[in-house]
Design a protein around this ligand. Structure first.
Ligand code: FE2
Length: 526
């Protein structure tokens, strides 16, 4: 280790320069970029407690996140800097801001003035100490986008080997997390203990749960290497939540009011995840990569959703007044689909949109099957406005699915299950990072689901992992990467590859996984 590297690693380099030209060039009109300047006593080496993270990339800005010990930081501002290189020779942006005392040490800043489609490296400083180095990337007008898509990371179940696989990939534009980032109580086998060791209900509980998750080295590394775009599902609050309650919430059982719990849950999520924040608590938002891809992130869970009903309550399921997205989110989505310039129109959202029925009755009314009027109105927009390139990304159910989207796959006038003709789009469902998966007999179950629902082209009910969505002008492809176990020696294997050729509206099985990008910027050094 040379002296410079040693000094950097020990966090004492560049403490005394006050202002320096940006981008390492004095001959340009680049704005001045502030350098870290601290002359006080050194703080403890562990002042940054939970690594770094970035998220919600736009063309010129990205959210940067870290957490520091509030009692050590005191009123000293946190300094952040962004560079084009991992050695921070080509610094492009920097600033400083005080910790918000109301946020339990969580720190978030929006780095702006960045270039589109560019990889950056960033870090934080306080009391003479630096955080680890993070790596992030802006969105932008590029001709090839690759996104890792994941959900359902149940800490107690096993190691986050899926996050490990995501962290190692060098050519991702972002990680799309579709929710169940934490679990509020013990579900499934307790292969490693949760903190706190009980169901979380209060703000302090939820903060502790996030803090514990963010000690996991694989999750930390995934956050350190890639920007995340996150939405919550139910387990960030409580199982099968909806706007005014949850299956796993009982005020009569000492859990207090749902409104208090929901506020605590969403506040902790907002503090701990690198998301942009809206004053009214909405998380539905749009991201775009030039004219290639519009990504609509939805909140099907807490914004407006009415309580779930049983599959036999068909009148309620078809009731056009019964909310799922809510009028405002639905209007925004429909208008965005019609007006957006993205060739591919992609929804990133929580629950399965393809029908999963037995003899016309929904198997799971927590999904879009339980809110048919909202799905009908969305399908109306897709069909009536001749929208091409419609793709839905889904989490929640811990298993892998590829489906054609159609009104009724049993109607030969509408859909040909052999060719896919008649479909209006496709859905890719991510398995859990660790949650769920079925044991023996699941191959039969999967076949049965497909037989009864022929628009479902492929299903894997066994494996955990994630998928990579590869987006080009000509086609979008999903490559599922699976793990047979959740142990340290787990190996990543390609599970399946399905693509949709632009304009076809349906799925085709791919011969191989999509080619990685030519450009693979260096990972952030450890
Ligand atoms: Fe889940």
């Amino acid at each position: 280790m040379d002296r410079r590297t040693f000094l950097k690693k020990s966090g004492v380099l560049a403490l005394s320069v006050s202002w320096a030209p940006g981008c390492g060039s004095e001959a340009t009109d680049e704005p001045m970029v502030a350098s870290y300047n601290y002359t006080g006593p050194m703080g403890p080496a562990d002042v940054f407690t939970h690594g770094v993270a970035s998220g919600d990339p736009l063309d010129t800005s990205v959210v940067l996140w870290t957490r520091a010990k509030p009692d050590v930081v005191g009123d000293e501002p946190i300094f952040w800097e962004v560079a084009l290189d991992p050695d921070f020779e080509l610094r492009v942006s920097a600033g400083q801001e005080a910790l918000d005392p109301e946020r339990d040490g969580a720190f978030k800043v929006i780095a702006d003035g960045l270039s589109a489609g560019q990889t950056y490296y960033y870090r934080f400083w306080v009391r003479g100490r630096s955080s680890v180095i993070g790596r992030t990337r802006t969105s932008g007008p590029v001709d090839h986008v690759r996104l890792a898509v994941c959900s359902c990371s149940n800490y107690a179940t096993g190691l986050f080997v899926g996050y490990r696989g995501i962290a190692r990939r060098r050519d991702l534009d972002a990680v799309i997390h579709l929710g169940d980032y934490i679990y509020e109580k013990q579900y499934g086998p307790a292969n490693r203990p949760n903190q706190p060791p009980y169901e979380v209900v209060t703000l302090a509980d939820y903060r502790t749960r996030y803090g514990h998750y963010r000690t996991d080295p694989d999750l930390l590394e995934a956050h350190r290497q890639h920007p995340f775009i996150c939405v919550w599902d139910d387990h960030e609050s409580a199982n099968n939540s909806y706007k005014d309650g949850a299956q796993n919430h009982d005020p009569e059982d000492g859990e207090g009011s749902w409104q208090d719990r929901r506020q605590a849950a969403t506040r902790a999520w907002t503090e701990w995840l690198p998301v942009r924040e809206a004053a009214d608590g909405r998380i539905w938002r749009r991201h775009a990569w030039g004219n290639l891809l519009d990504l609509f992130m939805l909140d099907t869970r807490l914004w407006a959703r009415a309580k779930q009903v049983s599959g036999g309550m068909k009148e309620q399921i078809a009731d056009p007044e019964r909310p799922f997205l809510g009028q405002d989110q639905e209007k925004w989505l429909h208008e965005g689909l019609v007006q957006g310039s993205g060739r591919w129109k992609v929804l990133g959202q929580q629950v399965m949109i393809a029908q999963l029925k037995v003899n016309g009755t929904a198997l799971n009314t927590d999904q879009w099957d339980g809110y048919e009027a909202t799905r009908d109105r969305l399908f109306d927009v897709i069909e009536d406005q001749n929208i091409e390139g419609f793709v839905v990304l889904t989490g929640d159910i811990h298993t892998s699915w590829a489906s054609d989207l159609t009104r009724d796959s049993s109607d030969p006038e509408r859909y040909n299950p052999t060719t896919g003709q008649g479909a209006m789009g496709v859905e890719f469902v991510a398995p859990g990072i660790t949650a769920g998966g079925f044991g023996g007999g699941s191959v039969v179950l999967g076949e049965l689901a497909r037989d009864l629902n022929p628009h479902i082209r492929w299903v894997d009910l066994v494996h955990r992992g994630y998928f990579v969505l590869d987006v080009r002008d000509s086609a979008v492809q999903s490559d599922w990467f699976h793990y047979a176990t959740l142990q340290d020696d787990a190996e990543e294997k390609l599970g399946a590859s399905w693509l949709s050729v632009y304009g076809s509206g349906h799925l085709t099985e791919a011969d191989s996984s999509a080619a990685e990008k030519d450009q693979q910027p260096d990972l952030a050094p450890g």
